[in-house]
Design a protein around this ligand. Structure first.
Ligand SMILES: [Zn+2]
Length: 345
């Protein structure tokens, strides 16, 4: 099967009332683990690469690995998505490489750090839509700013600043109408990376999950029932994965991710794409540390990359089941970019 336009995966998810995990990749082991999990749970899936990932893998390697993934599992709909594109040029590059979907993150300037004005965001997102849609390629945009920094991308907003940059539902309606994008990333208080919250219980001093403005998702869904929303920074940062890392010589402070129940509430209200990166990183790191600690005589990379791949697989399977995409791979006939071109015309 060729890679399918992400728009179709999201449209079908809306019909079926489920969400689809969009998992970040840098290497072969992650891609293989995602595809094995998608195969074993019969899930459509979105594989995404950030600019940092493309730089690390020298672009062509990731492209070929994703093509291999689609070839090995022809019955699984897979979209190949650029995460946090920073300019029209970057999006064009990804499309030329064969990506079936791009994110134009116009919430930040080209430096990936400084917040853009609303007008700048509309202009650059619209430019990408006008370039991508005639080619059948899906476009995700972002309104509002997320906390945290990942792969050098992000405004690095503090907890307090994040609350000032949440997505405004009325503005979201205007943004979607003006840009005609396919998917809208919303800022509701999630952050990229493993450290999502500085919130502590004032009495016990225990870490608390970040306070999410779920009501904004509810409101946007009420205003635009057909708008596909995207939750970024949606790793759950399971304590058991952090514990494995720390048990075998790691040094990660206490932290908290996004509880699965909150993601499921989002999915009930129009969230169709759920971005998860950190959880697979944690699983991989823990598995490798465990081998290094328990079998220090080992030096063949396969001895630790195989358990790493298996640990990531378990995370992907759990997320695919929790988001509801499991069981839906065979629901529809996958589109090509050619089909999608006709759709946009
Ligand atoms: Zn993101």
């Amino acid at each position: 099967m060729p890679l399918v336009p992400m728009r179709q995966i999201l449209d079908e998810a809306a019909k079926g009332g489920y969400g689809v995990g969009a998992f970040n990749v840098n290497n072969m082991e992650q891609i293989q683990a995602i595809m094995q999990a998608a195969n074993d749970t019969n899930s459509p899936v979105i594989i995404q690469a950030s600019r940092g990932a493309l730089k690390y893998s020298k672009m062509i390697y990731l492209k070929k690995l994703m093509e291999a993934a689609a070839e090995e599992f022809p019955h699984i709909p897979v979209a190949m998505h650029l995460d946090h594109g920073n300019s029209l040029e970057t999006c064009k590059e990804a499309i030329a490489l064969g990506f079936t979907s791009v994110m134009m993150d116009g919430s930040l300037g080209e430096d990936g750090k400084t917040p853009n004005s609303y007008e700048q965001n509309v202009a650059v997102t619209l430019a990408v839509v006008e370039y991508a849609h005639p080619l059948g390629v899906t476009v995700e945009g972002e309104l509002g700013c997320l906390g945290g920094i990942e792969d050098g991308h992000g405004a690095g907003l503090s907890d307090a600043q994040v609350q000032d940059h949440l997505t405004d539902p009325a503005q979201a309606e205007d943004f979607v109408a003006k840009t005609k994008l396919d998917a809208l990333a919303v800022a509701i208080g999630t952050s990229h990376g493993a450290y999502k919250s500085g919130r502590k219980d004032p009495v016990t001093g225990e870490m608390l999950p970040p306070a999410l403005a779920m009501e904004r998702i509810h409101e946007i869904h009420k205003r635009m029932p057909n708008c596909h929303m995207v939750m970024h920074g949606s790793s759950s940062v399971p304590k058991e994965l952090v514990d494995i890392i720390n048990q075998y010589g790691g040094n990660m402070p206490d932290t908290f991710g996004i509880p699965i129940e909150q993601i499921q509430d989002g999915i009930k209200h129009g969230v169709r794409k759920v971005n998860v990166d950190t959880d697979s990183r944690l699983a991989i790191t823990g598995a490798i540390r465990k081998v290094f600690a328990e079998k220090p005589e080992k030096f063949d990379p396969r001895d630790y990359l195989k358990p790493a791949r298996e640990a990531a697989y378990e995370v992907y399977v759990a997320r695919m089941k929790a988001f509801g995409q499991a069981g839906h791979a065979g629901d529809y006939k996958p589109m090509t970019l050619e089909d999608a071109k006709a759709l946009y015309r």
